[in-house]
Design a protein around this ligand. Sequence first.
Ligand SMILES: *[C@@H]1O[C@H](CO)[C@@H](O)[C@H](O)[C@H]1NC(C)=O
Ligand SMILES: *[C@@H]1O[C@H](CO)[C@@H](O)[C@H](O)[C@H]1NC(C)=O
Ligand SMILES: *[C@@H]1O[C@H](CO)[C@@H](O)[C@H](O)[C@H]1NC(C)=O
Ligand SMILES: *[C@@H]1O[C@H](CO)[C@@H](O)[C@H](O)[C@H]1NC(C)=O
Length: 180
Amino acid sequence: MGGLVEKSSFILFFLLTSFFVFSHSKAIKPEQPCKRMVLYYHDILFNGTNVANATSAKASNATQLTHNFGMLVVFDDPITKDHHLLSPPIARAQGFYFYDMKTTYNAWFSYTLIFNSTEHKGTINIMGADMMDSETRDLSVVGGTGDFFMARGIATFRTDTFQGDAYFRLQMDIKLYECY
Ligand SMILES: *[C@@H]1O[C@H](CO)[C@@H](O)[C@H](O)[C@H]1NC(C)=O
Ligand SMILES: *[C@@H]1O[C@H](CO)[C@@H](O)[C@H](O)[C@H]1NC(C)=O
Ligand SMILES: *[C@@H]1O[C@H](CO)[C@@H](O)[C@H](O)[C@H]1NC(C)=O
Ligand SMILES: *[C@@H]1O[C@H](CO)[C@@H](O)[C@H](O)[C@H]1NC(C)=O
């Protein structure tokens, strides 16, 4: 009787550990996303007169500290598949960034990509630090809805071009590792 209990608890233990090992062996490999999209983000800062084509505006001014520290920009930016500003947008990026580093230019982004086309309907939520001095920066894809239900992954930023304060373009290489 005692031996049977011991045996069955051993089997239970074995089943639990093998389940644990099995469920954690599905290792996520950075080079194997379940979905990948390379998109371009276009930002034209409102300068007081360019009402027609501005896509973003300062909502709070920089402080007296260096590197725009404290400046907050709210944006409603077009997202295109190629790097042309005037290509038909496939989504919009709506959210904000603010500068939050004293020693260099670093912005913190938080925004939603809103897709409303025949190809995709839904949203992807992205946030993280944009260390502009680096060639590429990884931000987190923290969730999604619709076609991107429960999405998680990485959005790699690369500055494609910038014209001073007036315009900048980012390449966003979005790699999802959870797709439903
Ligand atoms: C604002 O931008 C527009 C379009 O780029 C430009 O024509 C205008 O001179 C700019 N105004 C200021 C105050 O910089
Ligand atoms: C914004 O519009 C102005 C006036 O039409 C134009 O001069 C300027 O080049 C535009 N800015 C961009 C980034 O296309
Ligand atoms: C923001 O700061 C600049 C430079 O200090 C100043 O010229 C401008 O008037 C300020 N804008 C607002 C809205 O306070
Ligand atoms: C999505 O696009 C359709 C068709 O153009 C439009 O009727 C609808 O209002 C849009 N929805 C949103 C949330 O923009």
